[in-house]
Design a protein around this ligand. Structure first.
Ligand code: SF4
Length: 376
C-alpha cells in the first residue's frame, strides 16, 4: 500500500525492527530515526566534555557517545551523565570492568562487543550490570577489528565476516536473556558497509545503528556518508545514525540531519532551498544564504525557506515553501508567505526581514502544533 498516494515516488518503507530504549530515547520500531555523535574531548575533562555534549544536543543530537578508556573516565562519566541533556552511550573496548563501571555511572547504553570481553563469567557480569542499571547495549562490529578466527575463515574483512561476527555477539546476549540491544556493522568502504548492513537487516530484527566509519574529513566524509547511509535509509534500513567525520561533533549532527531531511525521514529547523546563483541574480545569493544559515540556526521548528536569485525559478520554488524571497532586480525582491506573493522588500533590509518572517512563521507553526496536541 502506498504511504503517499499523491507522490508514491517519495515512499520509504522502513524495515520492521524491535524497539529498544536508550535512556528515554526510543530506537527502532516506528520511533523517529535518531541522530548520534561522539565527543572527542578527554572524558576526564568533565567541563569540556559536558560543553561538547551540550553543543551537540543544541544542534539536535538525540544521543551522544563518550569513550571510557580508563577508570578515571568512568568516574568522570558519572558527572557528565548528571549534566547531560541527552542519553549517553559509553564506548567500551575489551575492558569488562569499564563496562560495569559505565553502567553504574548512569550510561544509557554500552557500546561493547560481548564476544571480546573475556570469559563467560565476565560477559555475564557486564550484562548483569547493564540489566540492573537499565542500560541497553550496542554491538559495534567494525571491518577493521574483526575477530582473528573470522579473518582466517574469510581471508579478509568482508560483509559475510562482519555479519557473522555480529550474529555471534547477538547470540551471546540472547543466551544471557538480554534483548535490549542494537547493532552496527561499520566499514570505511561504502560498498562493504552497505552490503553488510543489507545482510544484517535480513538476519535480525534488532534495531540497526548505521555508520560509515572513519569516513574522512568534512567534505569527503559527508559525501561518503550521504551515499552509504543515504542508500540504506532509502531502502528502509536504519533506526539510528552516526556520521563519522574528522570534524567537530556539531558538524556530524548537522550532516546527519541533512541526510535524514533530504529523504524526508526527519525534519528539524529551516530547510533552505537556494539557487547556485548566476549573472541573473538580483542580490548576492551565496552571501545571503551563508548569513541566513547562521542567523536561523536557533530555529528548531521544521519549515522551509526559498532564497532564489531571480524570477526564472523563484516563484516556482516559493510556491512550495513557508517563506520565500525572489530577487527581482532594481535593488528589491518579492517576499512570498505560505507559497503566495506577499510584498516587495529592498535588498538592503531583506536579511533582517526574512529572519523576522521565519521567526514569526515558526511561532505560528509551534502554536498550531501545541493546539493540535491539546485537541488529541
Ligand atoms: S534562479 Fe535565477 S539567479 Fe538563480 S541560478 Fe537560476 S537563473 Fe540564476
Amino acid at each position: 500500500m502506498s504511504l503517499n498516494p499523491v507522490r508514491p515516488w517519495r515512499n520509504i518503507y522502513r524495515r520492521e525492527s524491535r524497539r529498544i530504549m536508550v535512556g528515554n530515547v526510543p530506537v527502532g520500531g516506528d520511533a523517529p530515526i535518531t541522530v548520534q555523535t561522539m565527543t572527542n574531548t578527554l572524558t576526564t575533562d568533565v567541563a569540556a566534555t559536558v560543553a561538547q555534549v551540550q553543543a551537540a544536543a543544541d544542534a539536535g543530537a538525540d544521543i551522544v557517545r563518550i569513550s571510557v578508556p580508563d577508570e578515571a573516565s568512568s568516574k568522570a562519566l558519572k558527572e557528565i551523565v548528571a549534566e547531560s541533556p541527552v542519553p549517553i552511550v559509553a564506548d567500551i573496548h575489551f575492558h569488562y570492568r569499564r563496562g560495569i563501571e559505565a553502567a553504574e555511572a548512569g550510561a544509557a547504553c554500552l557500546r561493547i562487543n560481548p564476544g571480546n570481553i573475556g570469559s563467560p563469567e565476565r560477559v555475564r557480569e557486564v550484562i548483569g550490570a547493564a540489566r540492573d542499571h537499565g542500560c541497553s547495549i550496542r554491538i559495534g562490529v567494525n571491518a577493521g577489528s574483526l575477530e582473528k578466527y573470522l579473518l582466517e575463515k574469510y581471508g579478509e574483512p568482508c560483509p559475510d565476516a562482519m555479519v557473522e561476527s555480529g550474529l555471534e555477539h547477538i547470540r551471546i546476549l540472547q543466551d544471557n536473556d538480554f534483548h535490549e540491544f542494537k547493532i552496527s556493522v561499520k566499514a570505511s568502504d561504502v560498498f562493504m558497509a552497505a552490503a553488510a548492513y543489507q545482510q544484517l537487516a535480513e538476519a535480525t530484527d534488532a534495531p540497526i545503528h548505521l555508520g560509515i566509519t572513519e569516513a574522512g574529513g568534512f567534505v569527503s566524509g559527508t559525501i561518503k556518508s550521504a551515499i552509504g547511509l543515504g542508500n540504506l535509509l532509502w531502502m528502509g534500513i536504519g533506526d539510528t545514525i552516526r556520521v563519522s567525520l574528522s570534524a567537530d561533533p556539531v558538524e556530524e549532527v548537522k550532516v546527519g540531519y541533512e541526510i535524514l531531511k533530504s529523504l524526508g525521514l526527519r525534519h528539524r529547523g529551516v530547510n533552505i532551498i537556494s539557487c547556485p546563483s548566476c549573472a541573473r541574480q538580483g542580490f548576492d545569493v551565496i552571501k545571503t544564504v551563508e548569513v541566513l544559515e547562521q542567523r536561523l540556526e536557533h530555529i528548531k521548528t521544521p519549515m522551509s525557506l526559498s532564497i532564489i536569485g531571480c524570477v526564472v525559478n523563484g516563484p516556482g520554488e516559493a510556491l512550495m515553501t513557508d517563506v520565500g524571497f525572489t530577487g527581482g532586480g532594481a535593488g528589491s525582491g518579492m517576499v512570498y508567505l505560505a507559497g503566495k506573493q506577499s510584498h516587495k522588500m529592498g535588498n538592503e533590509a531583506m536579511i533582517d526581514h526574512i529572519v523576522e518572517q521565519v521567526e514569526k512563521k515558526a511561532a505560528e507553526l509551534d502554536a498550531a502544533d501545541v493546539a493540535a496536541q491539546a485537541a488529541e
